[in-house]
Design a protein around this ligand. Sequence first.
Ligand code: ZN
Length: 301
Amino acid sequence: MAVIGIDIGGTKIRMAISDTPTNFLCQSEARISDLGIPISVDVLSNFIREKIKKENIPFSKIQAIGVSVAAVVNRQQGFVKIGENVGWENVPLAKQLEEEFGIPIIVDTDVFCGAAAESTLGNGIDLDNFLYIAIGTGIGHAFVLNREIFRGLHDAASAFGHLKVCIGGAKCYCGQRGCVCQYSSGEGISRLSNEFFKKKVSMKEIVHAYLCGEEWAKQVIKEASDKLALAISQAYTLFDIECVILGGGALSDIYPNLDYLAELLEQMVYPKVRPIILRKGKYGGNSQLVGATLFALDAIS
Ligand SMILES: [Zn+2]
C-alpha cells in the first residue's frame, strides 16, 4: 500500500510516494515554469504517471493522492478557487484527477497541509492553539485553534503574506501596497535588494552575501526580520496563542536563528499575552508534502 503526496508551491512542484506520512519511498520535483502556467490537469497527470513509472511502482499499489497547493481551496469539494502561482481559477482539481486515476484525491491549501503535519506529527503535537507560518517564495499561515485548522469564511485564512507592515509601501501582486511578503519572503528580500541597493540578486545570493558579512545583505535581512516581527506581533496579540511555529522552504535560509525575531517580539507583543514562544517546524520545507501525504493516508484509513 502506498499513497502519493504532491506539493505545488510558488516555484516548484514536488511529489513523494510514501507508505507512512514521513517515509518517502521516493521523491521528485520539477519547476512549475517548465510545466507551463496555467498548469493543465493533463500535464499534472502526466507528471504523476511518469514519476510512478520511473520508480517502477505498479499503479495498482497507489491508493490515494493528496495535493497541497498554494491556493484558496474548498477542501470538501477539492475545488481550487484561486491559485495565482499556478494560474488556476475555479478548477475542480479533485474531480478531474479522480476521473483520471480512479482513486481518492484530497486537495487542500499548502499552509493548511503544513499546519496539519506540524499539529499531528511535528512540533505542534503538544499544542492546542498555535499559528503556523510558512516562509517560501511568499508567506502563508494557518491558525490551529483547539487543534483544528481555522479555514475562515472563504477558506482563505492563510494570507499572512498580505498583512500590511507599511502604509503606502511596495506594490504587491494582490493589488495592494505594503504587504509583508514584499519584504520578508524569498521574493521579498530580492525585491528589497533591488529597491535599496540596485542589486538584481536571488534569495540564495543574498543569503550568501549575508553569511560573508556584506553590509548591504545585513541591512536587507534586518529589514526583512523587522517587518516579519511586526506582522507576527499583531497575530500574537490578537489571538493570545501558545506558540508560533515557523516553517517553509526559505525559513532556514533567511532566518537561520530566531533570536532576533524573538527579541523584537518581546518589544512588540502586548505584555499580557507573553511569554512569546517561537519554534521551528519539525518538517521545514517538507511540511506541506508530509501534510498532503497524511491527508491521502487519512482518506484510505
Ligand atoms: Zn499583497
